[in-house]
Design a protein around this ligand. Sequence first.
Ligand code: SF4
Length: 88
Amino acid sequence: MAFIITGSCIGTMDGACVDVCPVDCIYSKPGDTHLFINPDECIDCAACEPVCPVDAIFPDDEVPDNESQFIEEAQKYDYDSSEPGLNT
Ligand code: SF4
């Protein structure tokens, strides 16, 4: 399992999640419209979920149906071309 950042992050990208993630697995690169959690690195600690000011973060099995595309986006995102943190 991993946590997923959903659509509410678009236009917000607050970065509070980045500050609390103990394994630096929340990524972005210039031009991104939202942050991405690397599902291969996330340790499911849940620290990011309550600090998001727009409630954009869910465990992957609790993502609302109308946000399910963000699960696939997180799986396909090119983490090698990105860096941990808020890099916009
Ligand atoms: Fe990072 Fe924990 Fe959130 Fe996963 S659940 S992205 S490890 S803070």
